[in-house]
Design a protein around this ligand. Structure first.
Ligand code: FES
Length: 104
């Protein structure tokens, strides 16, 4: 177990926003949805070699910048083709103006 790691200031994420977070040679994406909640997932789209942090958050969804597939950031489920493979999600929380991420 790795435990919580500091990822970025909470101010780095607006609503419907995403930031890239690299940790231990892996890439993740951290999201704030329209309702202000935080989520985190793998950072590379399961369909191709695209950074989800370069995509757009729409409601609870992230739209991949490459072929416009969409995932639900709350559970990593694919919701629009061409993405069809689930992606991993990770615990994330805000504390003292910082966002913490847990790679588990
Ligand atoms: Fe993401 Fe194709 S690489 S939808």
């Amino acid at each position: 177990k790795e435990g919580w790691v500091m990822a970025c200031p909470t101010a780095a994420l607006d609503r419907e926003d995403v930031v890239r977070f690299d940790y231990n040679r892996r890439t993740y994406a951290i999201y704030r949805t329209q309702d202000g909640k935080l989520y985190a997932s793998d950072g590379i789209c399961s369909h191709g070699n695209a950074h989800l942090a370069d995509g757009m958050v729409k409601g609870n969804l992230i739209e991949c910048p490459k072929h416009n597939g969409r995932f639900d950031v709350r559970d990593g489920s694919p919701v629009r083709l061409p993405v069809c493979v689930h992606m991993n999600t990770y615990p994330v929380k805000a504390l003292n103006d910082q966002i913490y991420f847990n790679p588990e």
